[in-house]
Design a protein around this ligand. Structure first.
Ligand SMILES: [Zn+2]
Length: 463
């Protein structure tokens, strides 16, 4: 994601992080409760333990006038331990029933944790299907420390849906942490005249009956929950294919009507250019969505980056499309490694500027490096993003500087081979900073610990 300045004003209060973990002393061979968190110590209740999701099928009905969401989520997963019960993340909304492998399950709720007790315990390594029926008026997350307002955000004509870091729980039950990626199917029914945009590609033509239209979308590639979207509203669409052959769909709120052709064209050009720099485009389509909700940020929703309330310039489009490789195809296992997303996407903006004959990456790097030693980006080591200040500028610009310092140290040839190799070796996977450092050392044959330590982990300006 990238903010547009407004969010910086919100970085004020501190978030208290609740320590929470199960200590279950029962026999190891008996079914146990799955943990209420996936194991990210910075976000202890995000995601859940004990299972791995393969697929979400989300059947949604939404009425903008009443903000009423009616949902049915069918989750295919595999138990990674014998489970007597397991948790899903869900914020607000009313659950009317849950079935596991077709049998009614009991459930309880506490905060954003939905605990499901199947009629029979689940065996380790065995796939299961949980179906959850739910409804209500979604409440977005309003977080003064990180993103501001995110999740499923009702708008006058529909909804703006951007969920980083943990807002998927505002509109569907799931394992809401990037460490558990899954494929998605969407079936979204809205009033006639309204469009529903989700990830991946549209399946068939929208079907209208009785004044309501159903849109079906499918993302077959693994996707983190925070990249899922069901953005709804009045949109003008432009379809096509990039010069490189990638299906390209742009959608803009009527307020941005005059920008549609250019937005579509630039998104296609940049996708093709990144394919030459980072390697083959990882997904089935590209494009983007410009909605009129003034979010103050853009988010790299998989295959459909979303821009909240402004006409994006090519720099921010370059950023969000670079995330399709770095953040989406390769996603982080834990939030503290966020520079692997944001430092890369920021550096991509510099590469784009250089490509277009603007300032070179070297000039941009030099301008940042010239900031005084008292500048806040030097006090915040970007290699360890802080949960209460996840999207700090350092994670972006000092993260980007880290890559430029690396490029200087290993040379252009090795550096650009490294970017492609990183994207190819971990395509659709989950990554850590340690893995990136190891690959950089392997490809360059250099000992790079001092460089990464100075740029990523020290609270001072590197020399
Ligand atoms: Zn970003």
């Amino acid at each position: 994601m990238r903010d547009t300045g407004r969010r910086a004003a919100l970085l004020a209060a501190l978030m208290s992080v609740l320590a929470c973990g199960p200590s279950n002393g029962e026999a190891r061979t008996e079914a146990q409760a799955g943990a209420p968190g996936i194991g990210d110590t910075d976000f202890p209740t995000d995601g859940n333990g004990g299972y791995d999701v393969a697929h979400y099928a989300l059947k949604l009905g939404y009425t903008p006038a009443s903000k009423q969401l009616d949902g049915e989520a069918t989750i295919r997963a595999t138990a990674t331990m014998p489970l007597s019960r397991f948790n899903l993340d869900l914020k607000g909304l009313t659950v009317s029933g849950i079935w596991v492998d077709g049998a009614a399950a009991t459930f309880t709720r506490a905060g954003d944790e939905l605990t499901v007790v199947p009629a029979r315990p689940l065996s380790r390594g065995v796939p299961f299907t949980a179906r959850v029926a739910y409804s209500g008026v979604p409440e977005p997350v309003r977080d003064s420390t990180n993103l501001g307002t995110y999740g499923f955000v009702p708008t006058p004509d529909g909804a703006f849906v951007a969920c980083e870091p943990n807002g998927a729980k505002t509109w569907f039950p799931g394992n809401d942490h990037p460490a558990d990626k899954a494929a998605f199917d969407f079936e979204i029914t809205v009033p006639e005249g309204v469009t529903a945009l989700a990830n991946g590609e549209m399946r068939g033509e929208p079907r209208t009956t009785g004044g309501r239209t159903t849109f079906r979308w499918r993302e077959t590639h693994p996707m983190t929950t925070y990249l899922a979207t069901a953005t709804i509203g009045k949109f003008r669409l432009k379809k096509g294919t990039t010069a490189g052959g990638i299906p390209n769909l742009a959608a803009v709120d009527p307020k941005f009507d005059g920008t549609l052709d250019k937005f579509h064209k630039v998104s296609g050009e940049i996708t093709d250019y990144w394919s030459t720099v980072f390697g083959r485009y990882p997904f089935g389509s590209t494009g983007g969505v410009v909605d009129d909700f003034s979010a103050g940020y853009a988010l790299e929703n998989q295959t459909k980056p979303i821009y909240g309330g402004f006409e994006p310039d090519d720099g921010i489009i370059a950023h969000e499309l670079a995330h399709q490789w770095f953040g989406n195809s390769l996603s982080i296992k834990r939030w503290k490694d966020l520079w692997l997303n944001e430092g890369f996407a920021t550096y991509a903006e510099w590469l784009w500027s250089e490509h277009k004959g603007g300032r070179t990456a070297d000039q941009i790097f030099a301008a940042y490096h010239a900031r005084p030693a008292t500048d806040p980006i030097w006090a915040y080591p970007p290699g360890r993003a802080r949960p209460a200040d996840l999207f700090n500028e350092s994670v972006y610009s000092r993260g980007g500087m880290t890559l430029h310092a690396l490029r200087e140290a290993v040379g252009d040839r090795t550096f650009f081979t490294l970017l492609k190799t990183w994207a190819a070796e971990h395509r659709y996977g989950s990554v850590t900073t340690e893995q990136f450092v190891a690959l950089a050392e392997r490809l360059s044959g250099k000992q790079l610990d001092p460089l990464f330590d100075a740029w990523l982990f020290q609270p001072r300006r590197p020399a």
